[in-house]
Design a protein around this ligand. Structure first.
Ligand code: TYD
Length: 201
């Protein structure tokens, strides 16, 4: 059976962090050991890379950006997620490699396959077995967002391209993805996400 590595994905303002936090607490109450991580970040190396990526002062070129996300992710996979899964811990992640496919592959138009190609080697098979895609209209998502980072501030057209990237990834791998309408009341979104996870493991 696949290992319980669940990624919460979506565009800005979809509510990933809130939903992942509440689902994690429910799984813990059920008696599971749960580790929550976020991307980019989650390790000292990853948090340093995160500050480069999200800074408004620095302007990495599109491929620099894609490679930095891949580098932060490789560190998280080898130092944290892989060992946690090996130890029987459940991993809930706020974003994952699929954010790179959607944001850099589709949003920055670097190409989904090319971005996948620079991510795969560093992940050593540590890949989400379930992706919970929280779907929200781009304009509504941006309106929900209070303070934006450099990438989150790209505007509604960029968010639409990213949303299309996520939708394409979900359509081409339906067994791995669950799409939940994130404009529904929060309790319903949390319930739906929790049930999807509980039914799988
Ligand atoms: P973060 O502060 O974690 O915001 P959010 O709540 O939206 O997750 O910022 C992460 C930003 O980086 C967000 O704008 C999405 C972007 N991102 C990418 O462009 N590619 C990636 O691979 C990842 C993980 C994030």
């Amino acid at each position: 059976m696949s290992r319980p590595y669940v990624a919460f994905e979506g565009i800005e303002g979809a509510g990933k962090s809130t939903v992942a936090g509440r689902v994690g607490s429910r799984l813990e109450r059920d008696g599971h050991r749960v580790l929550r991580v976020r991307e980019p970040g989650g390790t000292a190396v990853g948090e340093s890379i995160r500050s480069i990526l999200l800074s408004h002062e620095l302007e990495p070129a599109p491929w620099t950006e894609a490679l930095l996300f891949a580098a932060a992710r490789a560190q998280l996979a080898s130092a944290i997620i892989g060992p946690a899964l090996d130890a029987g811990t459940w991993v809930l992640s706020d974003r994952s490699v699929y954010s790179s496919l959607a944001y850099q592959g589709a949003g920055r138009a670097l190409g989904i396959d090319a971005v996948r190609g620079v991510n795969e080697p560093g992940l050593l098979g540590v890949w989400p077995s379930l992706v919970i895609l929280l779907a929200v209209d781009p304009a509504e998502g941006l309106a929900r967002q209070s303070v934006g980072d450099r990438i989150g501030d790209e505007g509604v057209e960029f968010q639409q391209a990213v949303a299309d990237g996520f939708a394409g990834a979900a359509a081409s791998d339906p067994g791995r993805f669950v799409i939940i309408d994130a404009s529904a009341p929060l309790d319903d979104v949390v319930d739906a996400a929790y049930r999807e996870i509980r039914d799988r493991w």
